[in-house]
Write a protein that binds this ligand. Structure first.
Ligand SMILES: *Cc1c(COP(=O)(O)O)cnc(C)c1O
Length: 521
């Protein structure tokens, strides 16, 4: 049945079922797109180069004997191929991207304009330092902001993502213990932690011991204290945590860990909820990464590389990695590359994380974002992100199950479990697939692990009330459909995506990442 949707537009309803199969296989603007190998062939080429006249080849036995197995496409064919593929994607510029923990906020165009300035975009990491003073100054200025916002005395700018920042922080903690002649074996990680936390600790050679959560979704302080001892190198803790709750006992947790001779690593991926409001340094944290691509709006996911600077307490500052930038007494900015040249901070550096200095383009975008908001604007970012998440929590708590709704307001994300659909034969995955049909990227699913069938919704501060209301309307409608037993709507979803439901297990376990040779044109 065709009808009207809430914007008064005619909906397709059953009209789609009656629609003829198209001759092309395309559906209006939704174009079918084969692989580039299926469009092009290796016997064609997009360019017309004269035969090279070589007397002797310098490749010797390394010269290729077979033609290169790449699809020959012309420039317009290549452009169309990738443009068509890009239109099958969902993006933050298309609509709400409620992926919890990921902070998919709008990327202001001002950031992009700044990042494209020649003095930032067209420089080389091996250029003489005298020719890139502005870029070095920008790194120092951003570093100063990060230190001020976190209340921490030192920062390493080079880590290239959150997980890379975790590694940086944990390597500094390991170096500090080793310098004390007391290499410890265990790192404590709460049950609700992002998978990168235990992975990082294990990568650094530590045993991981997990701390349970309380019924209200926070770290169990008594259980944590029970696990402390001379074998514990430290704790990795996320605040606000992945249940979207502020860890109220943070000061006491830090005190207890310090008294046991350990260090506190904070996963700062959720800093968006508290930026301008809380300084992690005041809570007693020793190291924390900041995802510039979350809190400070630089693009991520398919849209760009990340950047994960790590702030350090004065206890860990001597172990921070190289290189770093500082302002010398003559006002020049200099890049310190060698450990022996470092004094004070970085004096006992654990070494180097990356070949060069970090993600320059992300530094420019993050600083543009910070400066265009100012300190008061950043505080409002956190307040609006928390307001939006609480609006979603309260609008949906009577429809979905919100296991921690009784723990008070949430921070920047609202967590739901699948208890509300028990007995329906449907799962969180089915609801997520139905959201694709509704034109939304699904929320984060099955994370954190502390609730069954988790759905973690993070709207971010950049969504308007109208957009939040539309999203809530859709989720309420889907919840009603679950309760009405409209199983087909979910089991068959997505119906309208270019590809229907994928076999996710097969895709993860046996991904086909290369094209088979016998498929060659
Ligand atoms: C995103 C995230 C990470 C990892 O950050 P990347 O930049 O993706 O490496 C770690 N912990 C939490 C809680 C996160 O949300």
């Amino acid at each position: 049945m065709s009808g009207m949707n809430r914007q008064g537009r005619e909906t397709r309803g059953d009209a789609l079922a009656e629609a003829p199969e198209t001759i092309s296989g395309n559906r209006a603007l939704q174009l079918n797109e084969p692989l580039s190998f299926e469009i092009g062939s290796r016997t064609r080429t997009g360019v017309d180069l004269p035969e090279a006249e070589l007397e002797t080849s310098r490749l010797g036995g390394l010269a290729r004997t077979e033609p290169m197995d790449v699809p020959g496409l012309s420039e317009p064919e290549t452009m169309r191929h990738f443009t068509r593929l890009s239109r099958m994607n969902y993006a933050i510029d298309m609509g709400l991207f409620p992926l919890g923990s990921c902070t998919m906020k709008h990327n202001p165009r001002l950031n992009e304009k700044a990042a494209r300035m020649k003095g930032f975009a067209d420089i080389h990491p091996l250029q003489p330092q005298g020719t890139v003073q502005g870029a070095l100054q920008l790194i120092v200025e951003l570093a100063d902001w990060l230190k001020a916002l976190t209340g921490m005395p030192e920062v390493a700018m080079s880590p290239k993502a959150g997980a890379h920042g975790e590694l940086c922080g944990m390597l500094a903690i390991r170096a500090a213990h080793e310098a004390n002649g007391d290499p410890r074996k265990t790192v404590l990680v709460p049950e609700s932690a992002h998978g990168t936390n235990p992975a990082t600790a294990a990568f650094c050679g530590y045993d991981v011991d997990s701390i349970p959560a309380t019924a209200e979704g926070r770290v169990d302080l008594e259980a944590l204290k029970g696990k402390l001892g001379p074998h514990v190198a430290g704790i990795m803790i996320t605040n606000p945590n992945t249940c979207g709750l502020f860890e109220r006992d943070m000061i006491e947790i830090c005190k207890a860990v310090h008294e046991a001779g350990g260090y506190v690593y904070c996963d700062g991926a959720n800093f968006n909820a508290i930026v301008g409001k809380v300084r992690p340094g005041d809570l007693g944290i020793d190291a924390m990464h900041i995802n510039l691509h979350k809190t400070f709006s630089t693009p991520h996911g398919g849209g760009g590389p990340g950047s994960g600077p790590v702030v350090f307490s004065s206890r860990l500052a001597p172990y921070a990695p190289l290189p770093f930038v500082r302002k010398a007494s003559d006002g020049q900015y200099e890049l310190i590359e060698e450990e022996q040249a470092a004094s004070g901070s970085h004096g006992e550096s654990f070494g180097r994380m990356v070949a060069f200095h970090g993600q320059m383009g992300m530094f420019v975008r993050a600083l543009a974002y910070i400066k265009s908001h100012g300190a008061d604007g950043l505080k409002q970012v956190a307040e609006d992100a928390v307001l939006n998440a609480n609006y979603i929590l309260r609008q949906l708590e009577g429809v979905l199950t919100a296991p921690f709704a009784g723990s008070g307001p949430c921070m920047h994300e609202a967590l739901f479990s699948d208890a509300w659909m028990k007995g329906s034969g449907l799962s969180t995955l089915d609801v997520a697939k139905a959201m694709i049909d509704e034109g939304y990227h699904p929320m984060t699913m099955y994370f954190p692990l502390v609730v069954d069938g988790a759905m973690l919704v993070e709207p971010t501060e950049t969504e308007s009330k109208a957009d939040l209301d539309q999203f809530i309307h859709v989720l309420r409608g889907l919840a009603a459909a679950v309760k009405d037993g409209e199983t087909e709507r979910f089991k068959g979803a997505p119906f309208y995506a270019p590809l229907r439901r994928l076999d996710e297990t097969q895709a993860a376990r046996k991904p086909r990442l290369t094209r088979m040779h016998d498929e060659a044109a």
